[in-house]
Design a protein around this ligand. Structure first.
Ligand SMILES: CC(C)(COP(=O)(O)OP(=O)(O)OC[C@H]1O[C@@H](n2cnc3c(N)ncnc32)[C@H](O)[C@@H]1OP(=O)(O)O)[C@@H](O)C(=O)NCCC(=O)NCCS
Length: 136
């Protein structure tokens, strides 16, 4: 079951899942701060996969009027390989499409390059881009 994120019900389990899966170390990726900042946007583009009342996966999307972006795709390790990751991506895609989004981008950390096979199975292609970033 994929549901819109509900701060009351999902905050603690999502923070736990992101800590386990991503092991954030920098302040800008602090799970609690990320959740609060996403909620402040009010865009409704954060979703959780729930099974028997437990949060087992997440995906965050963003739409800036030009491109849609995917972030924070995570499925807890015990629940992988059952189509939950794919269902989360599809839900984010349909929500972005409903907003008029025509193209979705995502970034994969280089050392997690194996996950490109997962995205390729969902129709994504590795594109010749150099990704740049700056913390402000
Ligand atoms: C990536 C992740 C979300 C996949 O979740 P999942 O629930 O196991 O994925 P699914 O079961 O929906 O898999 C969908 C398809 O992708 C395939 N797949 C999954 N991981 C894959 C990988 N690393 N390489 C190639 N194919 C992969 C599955 O076999 C499945 O194919 P099928 O439909 O033909 O059987 C999960 O492994 C995860 O949380 N990883 C750690 C966090 C992470 O890397 N997130 C992405 C950051 S960019």
């Amino acid at each position: 079951l994929i549901l819109p994120y509900d701060d009351k019900a999902h905050r603690e389990p999502v923070i736990g899942l992101w800590r386990d899966v991503f092991g954030y170390t920098t302040a800008r990726n602090d799970p609690a701060l990320s959740l609060s900042k996403k909620l402040e946007t009010g865009d409704g583009l954060l979703f959780v996969a729930v099974e028997e009342n437990h949060v087992i996966g997440t995906i965050m999307a963003g739409y800036d009027g030009h491109r849609g972006w995917l972030y924070a795709l995570a499925v807890r390790s015990e629940s992988r390989g059952r189509g939950i990751g794919a269902a989360l991506v599809r839900r984010a895609e349909s929500e972005l499409a409903a907003l008029g989004c025509l193209k979705i981008n995502l970034q994969v950390v280089a050392k997690n390059g194996g996950v490109t096979g997962f995205y390729e199975s969902l129709g994504y292609k590795v594109e010749p881009r150099i990704s740049m970033g700056k913390s402000i």
